[in-house]
Ligand binder design. Structure first.
Ligand SMILES: [Zn+2]
Length: 218
C-alpha cells in the first residue's frame, strides 16, 4: 500500500507502525536505505500529511528520527527537545498528532551519550537550562537503583529518562491515555546508540493482534 494517504493511515494498526520503525532502523544500520526521491515526496505530500508515527526525541544532531528510521518527508511527526523531556506544549503536540491527524504510534526515543543527561548529572545551572535539567533529575535517581546489566546499551539513565517521559505522557494526557487504552494507538520507548546506529526498542506497550499482517509499503 502507498504511504502518504488517508487510506494508508486508517488501515495501519499500531503494531504495524511499530514494525515500520523496526525495519527502517534495520535498513539504516545495514546501510540499505530506501531510495528517497525528495522531489517525488514533495509532490506526494503536497495535498496533506499522514505521518504514521509521532516521535519525541532529543535535539542531538546525531539522532534525526527520519534518518535513523529510514523515513522520508511526511512519514513522521518529529518533536525534538534536549533530553526528550515532556512539557505542556509537547503534550499538546503529541495529542494533536494522535487525535487530529491520526498517527498510530507514539514513541519516546532517548540516546546514549546524551549531553542533557550529562549536564544534569553534573548539576549544570544556567539560564533556562536549569529548569530543563531539573526534569531529568528523577531519572538519574531512578537509574541509580537499577542493575547496569538490565539493558542492551549500558546507559541506564537514558533508559530511565525514556520511561519517565512515557509515564508522564500517560499520566498527564487524558487524550493519549484513552486512545491507548482503546488500542487506537501504540506506545513505544527506545534508546538509540550513537556508536552503532542501532535502536533498542526496549519498551513496547503495543500488543500484536491476530489481524496484524506485516505491512509492505512502496
Ligand atoms: Zn541528547
Amino acid at each position: 500500500m502507498r504511504k502518504h494517504s488517508k487510506e494508508f493511515l486508517q488501515n495501519l494498526t499500531p503494531y504495524q507502525g511499530y514494525e515500520l520503525l523496526v525495519e527502517g532502523n534495520k535498513r539504516f544500520v545495514n546501510n540499505l536505505q530506501n531510495d528517497h526521491d525528495h522531489l517525488e515526496m514533495i509532490n506526494e505530500t503536497r495535498e496533506g500529511q499522514y505521518p504514521f508515527a509521532v516521535i519525541l526525541s532529543c535535539m542531538d544532531s546525531r539522532t534525526s528520527a527520519e534518518l535513523i528510521f529510514d523515513q522520508g518527508l511526511g512519514d513522521l511527526f518529529s518533536i525534538r527537545v534536549a533530553g526528550n523531556i515532556v512539557n505542556d506544549d509537547i503534550l499538546a503536540s503529541l495529542e494533536y498528532a494522535v487525535k487530529y491527524v491520526g498517527s498510530k504510534l507514539l514513541m519516546v526515543l532517548g540516546h546514549t551519550e546524551c549531553g542533557a543527561i550529562k549536564s544534569a548529572k553534573q548539576g549544570v545551572a544556567d539560564g533556562h537550562i536549569t529548569g530543563l535539567l531539573k526534569r531529568i533529575q528523577p531519572s538519574i535517581s531512578k537509574a541509580l537503583l537499577k542493575d547496569e546489566q538490565d539493558h542492551l546499551f549500558s546507559d541506564n539513565v537514558a533508559y530511565a529518562n525514556v520511561e519517565n517521559s512515557l509515564e508522564e505522557i500517560l499520566t498527564r494526557s487524558a487524550i493519549v491515555k484513552e486512545m491507548f487504552a482503546k488500542g487506537e494507538i501504540g506506545l513505544v520507548g527506545g534508546v538509540y546508540n550513537i556508536e552503532t546506529g542501532q535502536v533498542d526498542f526496549f519498551k513496547n506497550l503495543t500488543k500484536r493482534k491476530k489481524e496484524d499482517k506485516k505491512m509492505t509499503t512502496v
